[in-house]
Design a binder for this molecule. Structure first.
Ligand SMILES: Nc1nc2c(c(=O)[nH]1)N[C@H]1C(S)=C(S)[C@@H](COP(=O)(O)OP(=O)(O)OC[C@H]3O[C@@H](n4cnc5c(N)ncnc54)[C@H](O)[C@@H]3O)O[C@H]1N2
Ligand code: MOO
Length: 407
């Protein structure tokens, strides 16, 4: 078992142990927020045919070469085509076919002119200026060509991509299976927000923040309930979660106190501890263990510590298991916009907000930084990475930060 390891070593150890979930085919209506398990190629051109972008007339540009307002050309209108139909006739020199928006361009035509720009009298059409071949025609395959890649394996399906897949005729999408993540909240002090607050008790916020995070990532959070600080109860609940879910997260009970019994419970189950304690604050007491082919990650009970370690360690594992391209959060440099008066013996992550003003990245602290404070997490979009051994931080100094996404 490793102990006191760096965050990067913890991330690598865990990412090496997990792989993308199984594949499944999912109807398009339920695919948003999930990840493609295969490249998607288009079997068709999108649009499938040359079409008209407006209501007008399709004709041959050659017929308009010498045309002017004083010398208009007169063409015969021989047919009308609406969207959803194809023309039966062909445009030849001296003729035009009326086309409505979205209608296929009739054979023989190479330009479309809109209604407002012509004079129509009976079946005769008067044009007053020369037209350029190809104008006002949406070409087949303009959006996506036949045989072109539409989206790559590992892409997150956002609403426009869902639409694009529909547009190329995909109705069942190959996706990585939805992950089930069991969340266990340990602590005698915890009660659910639906209950009355009693003396010495606090509301369980970790289950709610972390399950919301799982949902945001497209995974299914399974509540494994609140468990008292008793070894047998924790053993029973972790064992159940290992049976029912793909990844197990616990909060609380991982430090060195008399009632911090998650590590003992993991031992009792026969799980192999991968590491216990990471060299960072907050979140240092985190533990990771493997049982058969599943992972249990025990996070600190302190709400901000639990959330930050979820951001930095659990989020990347979930992303790898869900098949995302990029698991680890990006890093940036920024100029500090606030002082931070404490020294940092240990590596420390501060909750901050990145603002770009006139092309310069500024990192502002979002509020109190103690490990139990959740409010400063709400507006946080970066975690400022303060190296071990740093003194107080001063406005204007350059800092490194990890970009996170709480939305
Ligand atoms: N002697 C030492 N004591 C502590 C150390 C240490 O090194 N030596 N480390 C401290 C640090 S750092 C942390 S972090 C905590 C970690 O403690 P645990 O992970 O064992 O967590 P708990 O003690 O169970 O809870 C900590 C704190 O968070 C509250 N909590 C717990 N669960 C929830 C929840 N689901 N929702 C909201 N709040 C929760 C809990 O009531 C405690 O206040 O240990 C330090 N101690
Ligand atoms: O490591 Mo504790 O998680 O500072 O907050």
């Amino acid at each position: 078992m490793k102990t006191g390891i760096s965050l990067e070593e913890a991330q690598t150890l865990l990412l090496d142990l997990v792989e993308p979930a199984k594949e499944c085919l999912v109807p398009l209506t339920r695919a948003v927020g999930r990840v493609l398990s295969q490249d998607i190629w288009s079997d068709i051109n999108l649009p499938p045919f040359d079409k008209s972008p407006l209501d007008g007339y399709a004709l041959q540009a050659n017929d308009t070469i010498e045309v002017s307002s004083s010398h208009p050309v007169i063409l015969d209108v021989i047919e009308e085509v609406r969207a959803g139909y194809t023309s039966l006739k062909q445009v030849t020199s001296g003729t035009a076919i009326k086309v409505l928006t979205g209608a296929p361009i009739p054979n023989g035509a190479d330009v479309v002119i809109k209604f407002e720009d012509v004079n129509r009298k009976g079946n005769k059409l008067e044009l007053f200026y020369p037209l350029k071949s190809g104008s006002n025609i949406i070409c087949a395959g303009e959006d996506v060509g036949q045989g072109e890649i539409v989206a790559k394996k590992g892409t997150l399906l956002n609403p426009p991509l869902v639409g694009l897949l529909a547009a190329v005729g995909v109705d069942l999408v190959p996706l990585f299976s939805k992950l089930k993540i069991g969340i266990i909240s340990t602590g005698d002090e915890l009660i659910d927000p639906s209950d009355d607050l009693r003396s010495g008790k606090i509301y369980n916020s970790n289950f709610y923040s972390l399950s919301a995070y799982c949902s945001k990532l497209g995974a299914e959070a399974v509540s494994m309930g609140i468990v008292p600080d008793e070894k047998d109860a924790i053993v029973e609940r972790i064992s159940k979660a290992l049976e029912d879910t793909d990844l197990v997260i616990t909060t609380g009970g991982v430090s060195v106190g008399d009632y911090d019994i998650v590590p003992t419970a993991l031992d009792h189950i026969g799980a192999e501890t991968i590491f216990w304690k990471i060299d960072m604050k907050p979140g240092s007491p985190a533990i990771a263990a493997k049982y058969k082919n599943k992972l249990v990650i025990g996070l600190s009970g302190n709400p901000a510590a639990a959330f930050i370690t979820f951001d930095l360690i659990v989020g990347p594992i979930i992303k790898r298991m869900m098949g995302f391209f990029q698991e680890l959060p990006p890093r940036i440099t920024a100029t500090l916009a606030d002082d931070f008066n404490k020294s940092s013996g240990q590596r420390r992550f501060l909750r901050g907000r990145l603002d770009n003003i006139n092309g310069i990245n500024y990192a502002k602290l979002t509020g109190k930084q103690s490990n139990g404070v959740l409010k400063s997490m709400v507006d946080c979009n970066i975690l400022i990475d303060v190296p071990a051994g740093s003194g107080p931080l001063i406005v204007g100094q350059e800092v490194l930060a990890v970009v996170i996404d709480n939305y």
